[in-house]
Write a protein that binds this ligand. Structure first.
Ligand code: MRU
Length: 347
């Protein structure tokens, strides 16, 4: 991808503004954790792994500024910043995961006799490491996923689980990138993904940049394509996977899984193991974010629905594990029984 999801330069976190892509290419700059919170909440940056890495840089900025202003690192202040960062978006577990990694470095080093400015440096190193590992992880996941793709497959994807949803390369689109570079002659169908149109704006943009043959459809076309046997496989990302394999992903994913099951079409989740929440047993325990009504009643500030209409706008839904053929991770392909096989990833 020509445009990086995030880059850290001269003490500033620069995020390609995904609210205005593909029409405008602008970087949003966050130089403190409050600006990072804004970026995640307003969806300048989105996609589970990208949020995880962004949150890690936000945590670093919180500690760095706290040390600069107070002369010491005050854990109470850092815990407050952590709470604010975590509250920005509740569903994608990668945010918690990234911040937990940072907190671990902070606490481990605070208990040792190490100068606090050195701890600040260690935290920056860790945030950069999280970002680096994400790209490596996606490439590995892509290689495993590519094994499932056959010559000439037509693949349906939902939302954007691409380079823009991660630090680079992508999860579902990582699998697609690998299959394409392996000359598998694949074709992609992209759900536009109402209401925020991540498919129409971001996945379509990535596919054109990579010259991967793709067709954009409105969400409601998917069932017709599956019934007609035009779709060979569905590959999507994930925001949080429970221990039993139930998967939270962009609203509409569940519906696709039901149709895929009806027509016997393999349904794959592509996600790094950092998206698995080993604390959560099943999908119904995952918190689903609800977003503002305006996302549904307006498009780019133009009102399309009558004022006063009641709106329900959950950002994600849960696909039950029985609808999932396999989960593609950087450690390999996890097949049912998911409860048993997901546990093995811990080792
Ligand atoms: O609301 P978003 O755009 O953050 O939702 C993104 C998704 O649902 C993605 O499919 C998921 O985060 C996986 S991204 C590799």
């Amino acid at each position: 991808m020509k445009y990086k999801t995030l880059k850290f330069e001269d003490g500033v976190l620069k995020l390609i503004d995904q609210r205005i892509l593909p029409l405008e290419k602008q970087y949003y700059e966050a130089s403190n954790y409050k600006e990072v919170c804004q970026a995640i909440q307003k969806m300048v940056v989105r996609g589970a792994p990208a949020i995880g890495a962004t949150g890690a840089f936000g945590y670093y900025l919180a500690v760095k500024d706290n040390f600069k202003n107070e002369g010491i690192i005050k854990l109470d202040n850092i815990n407050e910043a952590k709470k604010e960062l975590l509250a920005t978006r509740p569903t994608a577990v990668n945010l918690q995961w990234g911040i937990a990694r940072m907190e671990n470095i902070l606490k481990k080093n605070l208990s040792k006799d190490i100068k606090e400015d050195e701890i600040v440096n260690k935290l920056l190193k860790e945030a950069k490491q999280i970002a680096k590992e994400d790209i490596e992880c996606n490439k590995s996941l892509g290689e495993f996923g590519n094994k499932l793709i056959e010559q000439g497959d037509n693949i349906l994807t939902h939302c954007n689980a691409g380079a823009l949803a991660t630090v680079g390369y992508g999860t579902a689109l990582g699998v697609i990138r690998q299959a394409h570079s392996d000359n598998k002659n694949i074709k992609i169908y992209i759900d536009e993904t109402r209401p925020r149109l991540q498919g129409a704006r971001l996945t379509a943009f990535e596919m054109l940049e990579e010259e991967i043959p793709a067709t954009l459809i409105v969400d409601s076309v998917a069932a017709t394509l599956m019934k007609k046997k035009i779709i060979d496989k569905v590959v999507v990302g994930a925001d949080r996977i429970a221990k039993n394999g139930d998967t939270a992903n962009k609203i509409g994913t569940f519906m696709l899984s039901v149709i895929a099951l009806k027509y016997n079409i393999p349904f794959y989740i592509a996600a790094p193991t950092s998206t698995i929440d080993f604390e959560v047993d099943k999908g119904e325990d995952i918190e689903i974010e609800e977003r503002k009504e305006k996302e549904v009643t307006e498009i780019r500030s133009v009102q399309i629905a009558p004022k006063g209409i009641d709106v329900y706008n959950p950002a994600f839904d849960i696909t039950p594990s029985e609808n999932i053929t396999a989960i593609i991770t950087e450690q390999g392909i996890v097949k049912p029984p998911f409860g048993e096989n997901i546990k093995k990833l811990l080792k």
